[in-house]
Write a new protein. Structure first.
Length: 256
């Protein structure tokens, strides 16, 4: 069984970059099929890996293995002979976002997976969350009927995963390590697991970061009702990487 799921761009178009997606707690790769297809439609090569296996008793080893997992995925997704098509962008959700931030803020990032940018979505705060039963957990995750159905019907979805607290050492490493590449931080303003104040501090502490707050979106901000707008925000971010982070389109006036 493969350790990743690929989404390819339209045939005949030049690949514009490589995107590696890291799911969050309880999720399988299939939860990101919709996002993967949408980004691939804009000629990005998208690969979804498994959610990281984080051992609280061996955090350093866990991050090392996570880095190796990403390096193997990025290298194998190459369309050319010299590695993945650049820019290489890593996208993480929930604990996938925290693991990415901790990894990139440290010194053990494999050279094969040093990204040109990172997208951190639904980054949770500390402590365990009281999510109740499955319907309650779905309410925390998303209000999108399609995504709720996909999670429910996926036998691989691990129910109750959001109630598991992330290791404090991992959260500290993610918040204090610093990320040296452009970062897009995505959070829903209806996400009960997010620490908005911490995210604002993180965005202000990074040299090239953008914090995008999605109106009425829940914890699974990449897969909530606003998924089209969120995917468009990611594509816009990807495109600015070619223009020194300056948006290609600017609005000088508005008729609204």
């Amino acid at each position: 069984m493969t350790e990743y799921t690929d989404h390819h761009g339209p045939e005949g178009l030049r690949t514009r970059g490589t995107v590696v997606v890291v799911p969050g707690r309880g999720e399988t790769r299939s939860a990101y099929t919709r996002l993967g297809k949408r980004l691939a439609a804009d000629a990005y090569r998208v690969r979804v890996v498994d959610t990281p296996d984080l051992d609280e008793g061996d955090l350093e080893g866990s991050l090392t293995r996570f880095g190796e997992q990403l390096a193997a995925a990025a290298d194998d997704s190459a369309a050319g002979e010299d590695g993945p098509v650049r820019p290489l962008v890593l996208v993480g959700a929930d604990n996938g976002a925290v693991a990415l931030a901790a990894l990139l803020g440290g010194s053990g990032v494999p050279s094969a997976v040093r990204p040109d940018a990172v997208v951190l979505a639904g980054t949770p705060g500390g402590g365990a969350a009281a999510v109740g039963g499955w319907e309650d957990e779905l309410d925390v995750r998303t209000s999108c009927p399609a995504h709720r159905g996909a999670l429910t019907e996926d036998a691989g979805t691990r129910r109750g995963a959001l109630a598991e607290a992330l290791p404090e050492a991992l959260l500290t490493a993610a918040q204090e390590g610093g990320i040296g590449v452009p970062a897009l931080l995505l959070v829903g303003d209806a996400d009960p697991l997010a620490d908005r104040e911490a995210l604002v501090r993180t965005a202000k502490s990074l040299p090239r970061a953008r914090l995008a707050v999605v109106r009425d979106a829940h914890h699974d901000v990449l897969n909530d009702l606003q998924h089209r707008s969120v995917a468009a925000e990611i594509v816009t971010f990807l495109e600015t990487l070619r223009n020194e982070l300056v948006p290609v389109v600017t609005v000088d006036s508005s008729a609204w």
